[in-house]
Design a protein around this ligand. Structure first.
Ligand code: SD4
Length: 332
């Protein structure tokens, strides 16, 4: 049968699910319900992976990524590397409403947010400062740098590129160093990087919304933007197919646009479980050690997920199918 309306989100963030569901049932639009749901996680700092006060970057600052997407019009608002503003999903919604743009980033996104009335405040907490201090103490391990050496005089960083291999005696010597540089393949490393909220809401008229909010990867290089604010990567919505949202190692996942893929596969008739799997398999083949998960919801309110690298992936659902918010546990 058809189970609409429906709210689905990554992880057992049931407070977020419940707040969105309650809003939806009281007549709030699916769009605003999604913003309410993701804002709940930003306030509760769900698992330390959403909102302020966790996962500082290399400079010790917590920065936020968020997106909202309208499946009817394909309108998107997103922010990446947002600084000093807590309500990232709210700022993403403001980008959608008050600009013709799709994605704003960094200090300029902060400036826009302040103009739109959002409060500027530090995102640091004792927790984020402790995470930063212990990372420094541990010589900045783990870190996301590749093919670099740290300044030997400093604890870690600033970094400089390793010298390129020399091509002595060949005509290549006259070329600039970028021609000599041989790039190592991406390290297939396992990162403990999880718990972004990605949410899909479909209202009773079949209008699909999807969104995300996260503080991204711990100890990221400043300026790093993950999959969450990238449409098709962190989330995607289409009234033709449904909605999907991802979580996990965004640097890897965003290369495959898994949310877009899952929605297109549902449009072509695959079930949400099958669509999520088809979207995830190419990532797993290329990066066997990555961890991540994808939830997918089709236009009749069927939902499914596929995950890799976690023991299991729990996601949350509210729909007329059950009387309370359900947590569905998927084995990976
Ligand atoms: C990121 N995908 O920024 C996010 C992190 C995450 O579950 O989802 N964790 O890479």
């Amino acid at each position: 049968g058809a189970y609409l309306p429906i709210v689905v989100n990554t992880w057992p963030f049931v407070n977020a699910t419940f707040s969105a569901w309650e809003a939806l049932l009281s007549g709030v639009s699916a769009e605003d319900s999604l913003v309410i749901g993701c804002t709940t996680c930003e306030k509760l700092q769900c698992d330390g992976s959403v909102g302020f006060g966790s996962n500082p970057d290399e400079s010790g600052e917590t920065t936020l990524d968020a997106m909202i997407m309208d499946g009817a019009t394909y309108a998107v608002g997103a922010v990446g590397d947002l600084r000093r503003v807590k309500n990232a999903i709210g700022v993403a919604q403001a980008v959608m409403h008050y600009t013709d743009h799709t994605l704003l980033a960094g200090e300029s996104a902060t400036k826009f947010a302040i103009e739109m009335g959002f409060k500027e405040e530090s995102l640091a907490t004792n927790n984020s400062q402790n995470m930063y201090a212990s990372w420094r103490k541990n010589k900045c391990q783990p870190n996301f740098r590749q093919n670099v050496q740290p300044d030997p005089k400093a604890n870690c960083g600033p970094y400089s590129p390793l010298p390129p291999p020399s091509f002595k005696g060949t005509w290549l010597n006259s070329f600039s160093k970028q021609y000599h540089y041989s790039r190592k393949p991406h390290k297939d490393i396992k990162r403990n990087n999880h718990d972004t909220i990605g949410m899909v809401i479909i209202d009773t008229s079949g209008h699909v919304w999807a969104g995300t909010s996260t503080n991204g990867a711990n100890h990221k290089v400043p300026g790093r933007i993950g999959d969450s604010p990238v449409m098709g990567a962190g989330a995607y919505a289409s009234n033709r197919g449904g909605g999907a949202a991802g979580t996990g190692d965004g640097d890897v996942m965003m290369r495959f646009l898994p949310s877009f893929r899952a929605v297109i596969e549902m449009e072509r008739g695959l079930s949400p479980n099958e669509a999520a799997k088809v979207a995830m398999v190419p990532i797993i083949e290329a990066y066997p050690s990555f961890s991540g998960a994808l939830v997918a919801v089709n236009l009749t309110g069927q939902h499914g997920a596929y995950c890799h690298g976690f023991q299991s992936f729990p996601y949350s659902v509210a729909s007329p199918e059950h009387s309370t918010v359900q947590v569905v546990n998927v084995k990976c």
